[in-house]
Design a protein around this ligand. Sequence first.
Ligand code: NDP
Length: 237
Amino acid sequence: MDDLAGKNVMILGGSRGIGAAIVRRFAAGGASVTFTYAGSHDAAAALSAETGATAVRADSADRDALIAAVAERGALDVLVVNAGTLVLGDPLTLDPDAIDRMIDINVRAPYHASVEAARQMNDNGRLIVIGSTNGDRMPFAGGAAYALTKSAMQGMVRGLARDFGGRGIAVNSIQPGPTDSDMNPADGPMAATMHGFMAIPRHVAASEVAELAAYLAGPHGAMITGSLQTIDGGFGA
Ligand code: NDP
């Protein structure tokens, strides 16, 4: 597999879950991969040893550190913004600081990192953010703020596609449905409820999301831009 050979790729939030699957897929495709992580040093080190990717500690909630980490990578071909957090609960009792931190990581960071990457990005580059099917549909209580963050990404990718399209840079969001990870385990307490909303009632595999990211980043993805690529087993259908 060499569909990503020679590509300079940065993946924000690559130590676990969907991000780790994307690191594995892009490294297997021949890309030179750097990924960030926040807290999972051991997982990041193990993934780096496994794939040859470079791990860099950079908290997406720290805007200036994140921008510096992106700038450090020079002329990227692909940026994947995967880092995200999920805060669920009654909006009347949730800690407002936790909500604001989620907005920092899920909204502010993707915007600032994408703009910084575009500054030096090679022509025909790709900006890919990991949104969520919850940007379109929130069928249970307690997810308003999370849905807010993923809906915000939709406007961002449409706008940035216009801003950078003249250089051939494509900007897209991948919107997974329930995907097996630490955030949303396939055998977790919410699984049956999630499957009840789906046409195909099983969790998405992180590797399936990674394959879609590789397609968008690869030679056949050049004319897909400003789009929302939903991979959710019909959760939003
Ligand atoms: P996990 O919680 O399993 O993994 C999250 C990853 O993001 C980890 O590598 C984590 O690194 C990194 N990360 C989190 N916060 C930060 C931060 N502040 N700075 C840098 N890295 C950070 O989540 P998933 O793999 O499930 O989710 C990945 C993305 O997919 C998220 O954006 C999520 O919203 C989205 N998504 C997930 C779905 C699901 O069902 N799993 C469904 C739809 C969308 P570390 O461990 O080092 O902190």
